[in-house]
Design a protein around this ligand. Structure first.
Ligand code: SF4
Length: 281
């Protein structure tokens, strides 16, 4: 994806300014700051402690002093699954990173939240360029080209399924297009999201397949083949007590959290039309 910062002189100077601003922001709060799921705090001038926000009072943490170790920490969930989206609220616990200086602080943060600091800084300065869904989709090619035909309603439902705080801690800044804002809870976090990410585009591709199916393949009671596949998987899981959840970006599988969040928005109302719409969070 293209750069998302408007700059006359991009590069090193901007990264340095972001780094210094971030370190100053952290140091200005005695109790530290929360960035995504990380509490980052200056324990003495120029020395920073980073840990999972839920480990704030935990003294039994594994200590790391090399900021590059944040790469391993961010790679897998508590259960050992690969994390394709670093802003998902599934960062593992049990570690502390203690680093010295703003450079190492931002090296660690960049492994935990790639581009998070530079986007945070550009957004605070009003220089973060935001790319709408339609602009992003126009650049897609190959198997992703079909996302260009996703309906506005499909984009809205995909965003609510994919981007709300329950599944992504970034604050969604982009819209469907210039005239069509996203109607959703955009999140409260400090890390801005200026453009649909690859996980979003992958789910959008799946939702476009669902839209095509709805036009061609509905049965007598108005269900599509993939809706029936998902319902059958849920019945099986409930009957056996064995829920084999799909991985985070495996949208082709029924028991995927974001796919199920999409079904909650689009299938549940069809099955129970008299029920009040549920919150998508
Ligand atoms: S597009 Fe959505 S899921 Fe992807 S990073 Fe942005 S807010 Fe998160």
């Amino acid at each position: 994806m293209s750069s998302t910062i408007q700059e006359d002189h991009p590069g090193v100077a901007d990264a340095a300014a972001a780094r210094e601003a971030f370190a100053a922001w952290v140091e200005a709060a005695e109790e530290g700051r929360v960035f995504g799921q990380v509490r980052v705090k200056a324990v003495e001038p120029g020395i920073y402690s980073l840990r999972h926000v839920e480990d704030a009072g935990n003294s039994d943490l594994r200590l790391h002093e090399d900021p590059r170790e944040a790469r391993e920490i961010s790679k897998t969930t508590e259960g050992g699954e690969y994390r394709p989206l670093k802003s998902s609220p599934n960062l593992r616990r049990g570690w502390e990173l203690r680093v010295s200086g703003a450079v190492d602080l931002v090296v660690a943060m960049n492994y935990l939240y790639p581009a998070g600091v530079v986007h945070w800084h550009a957004h605070r300065e009003g220089r973060l360029e935001v790319t709408s869904y339609r602009e992003n989709a126009a650049r897609q090619s190959g198997i992703y080209k079909r996302v260009q035909r996703l309906s506005d309603e499909g984009v809205q439902d995909t965003a609510r399924a994919c981007c709300e705080d329950a599944v992504c801690l970034k604050q969604t800044l982009w819209d469907v297009d210039e005239e069509t804002p996203l109607v959703m809870d955009r999140g409260e976090g400090d890390i801005p999201c200026p453009e649909p990410c690859s996980v979003f585009v992958s789910l959008a591709r799946r939702v476009r397949l669902f839209e095509r199916e709805k036009k061609r393949d509905l049965d007598a009671i108005g269900l599509s083949p993939s809706e029936k596949e998902d319902l059958a998987a849920l019945v099986e899981a409930a009957a056996t007590g064995h829920v084999d959840f799909a991985r985070e970006a495996e949208f082709e599988k029924p028991l995927n959290e974001r796919r199920m969040r999409y079904r909650r928005l689009t299938l549940a109302p069809k099955l129970r039309p008299e029920a009040q719409p549920v919150s998508s969070a």
